[in-house]
Write a protein that binds this ligand. Structure first.
Ligand code: HEC
Length: 166
């Protein structure tokens, strides 16, 4: 019987389509029914940048320059992340489109980097990461960015912080 099914293109095709449908339902459709995914957190509201704001422009620069290939934006509930700030929850990404969560942590996680450094520090670090982050830092120098792009990028970096607790 198993042999028969393997040889029948109709059954194989039906099985393949069914599997894809189940996968699609599970990963794309079901999350829309999860309150924690479809409700923005207070921290997410802070990142609902107006399109013409410095933060929104800075986010574009961040993507254009590929910062996200080296930096994640997700604090995991593990001890290694315990000093980074509040653990990320799905609602934090409500306005983060395309989401910059990423997976590759070549540099430190930047989810709440806005709580760690001043604007001056950010500018200096972007111009010369090796001077600030140590000679072994493999982060490229972003000294070729226009002043406007760098200002916007720093505004975006400073905006990456959790909403104050009430
Ligand atoms: C090739 C990988 C790479 C790329 C691309 C990259 N970085 Fe980094 N980044 C690092 C590494 C490694 C460090 C840690 C050493 C240091 O501070 O320079 C770092 C550190 C940082 C820090 C300090 C974080 C902390 O908590 O100390 C910030 C902020 C930062 N990067 C922002 C950016 C921005 C903005 C961009 C894009 C314009 C960018 N990075 C692109 C690798 C990268």
């Amino acid at each position: 019987m198993a042999n028969e099914a393997e040889k029948s293109p109709g059954i194989l095709l039906f099985g393949a389509v069914l599997l894809v449908l189940v996968g699609t339902m599970g990963t794309i459709v079901l999350p829309y029914f999860d309150e924690s995914v479809v409700t923005p957190t207070k921290s997410a509201e802070l990142k609902n940048y107006p399109t013409d704001s410095a933060e929104a422009r800075g986010r574009h620069v961040y993507i254009r320059e590929g910062c996200n290939y080296c930096h994640t934006q997700a604090v995991r509930p593990v001890r290694a992340d315990s000093k980074l700030g509040p653990v990320s929850v799905p609602g934090d990404y409500y306005y983060d489109k395309p989401t910059l969560i990423m997976t590759q942590r070549t540099g430190p996680d930047l989810t709440w980097v806005g709580t760690r450094y001043s604007a001056d520090w950010q500018h200096e670090h972007l111009l010369n990461p090796q001077k600030i982050g140590g000679p072994a830092s493999i982060m490229p120098k972003y000294d070729y960015l226009s002043q406007q792009d760098r200002d916007d990028l720093v505004a975006y970096m400073l905006s990456l912080k959790p909403a104050p607790k009430d």
